[in-house]
Design a protein around this ligand. Sequence first.
Ligand SMILES: NC(=O)c1ccc[n+]([C@@H]2O[C@H](COP(=O)([O-])OP(=O)(O)OC[C@H]3O[C@@H](n4cnc5c(N)ncnc54)[C@H](OP(=O)(O)O)[C@@H]3O)[C@@H](O)[C@H]2O)c1
Length: 230
Amino acid sequence: MRIAVFGANGPTGRRLTDQALAAGHQVVAVTRRPGSLAPRPGLTVAVADATDPVAVDEAVEGTDVVLSALGARFAKERISTYSASATAITTAMARHGIGRLLVVSSSIADPHWRPTGAHFFNHVLDPLVNRRLGRTLHEDMRRMEDVIRRTGLDWTLVRPSGLFEHPVVTDYHTAETSADGVFTARTDLAASMLRELGERRYVRTAMGVVTTEVKPNIAKLIWNEGVKKK
Ligand SMILES: NC(=O)c1ccc[n+]([C@@H]2O[C@H](COP(=O)([O-])OP(=O)(O)OC[C@H]3O[C@@H](n4cnc5c(N)ncnc54)[C@H](OP(=O)(O)O)[C@@H]3O)[C@@H](O)[C@H]2O)c1
């Protein structure tokens, strides 16, 4: 398959690209910073801001499926990256007759998601970090989900929990709507999306994905996601 990957130079996008190439697919890596991706067999780099309809239209032309792992940073102000990119991507896909779309969203997009046994997370971290500091980001993620749901495409909204780095794919767990767990390794997130391309278990619905076999080192997670990434 020829797969367009949005957010290809982000941490999940790199995993997606690596795993797709390793599985024998061709990848069109869509990025605003082409210099950040080294040339490799099977990899084409397309330069586009994902919110620019003309650039997105050109980037997806000739691809069979579209995967998006792009993301924005927390901000006080209104965020529109998710909804604007979803509008540009779905419009371009419809125009080119590309039917299959998998987009990374978040477990937070499910208003009923409360992982079992995670008292401190549910009562302290989630209200403070996700629902207060990340309020505008998650509002736009929900707008993105609405944009995608309204299309006639074969979409899957992919909802991971707290992302962390782990070197290998584990025996991750998926579930409709959202999955019961606080963390998701990016390797597992990428693997679940590529598997769903073949299996089509979650077409026109949301797929939660969580990692249960390993847990992140919390100090490392805070350093990687909260300090180093800024
Ligand atoms: N962190 C968590 O715990 C967590 C939990 C659940 C869900 N998520 C979601 O998972 C997704 C992936 O997260 P991640 O941490 O792997 O990646 P990330 O750091 O959010 O990656 C951002 C990527 O999106 C690209 N991007 C942003 N705006 C763009 C635009 N307008 N046009 C083109 N590319 C654009 C960035 O490219 P540039 O390099 O050009 O900026 C970068 O490649 C995000 O949507 C995030 O919100 C995260």
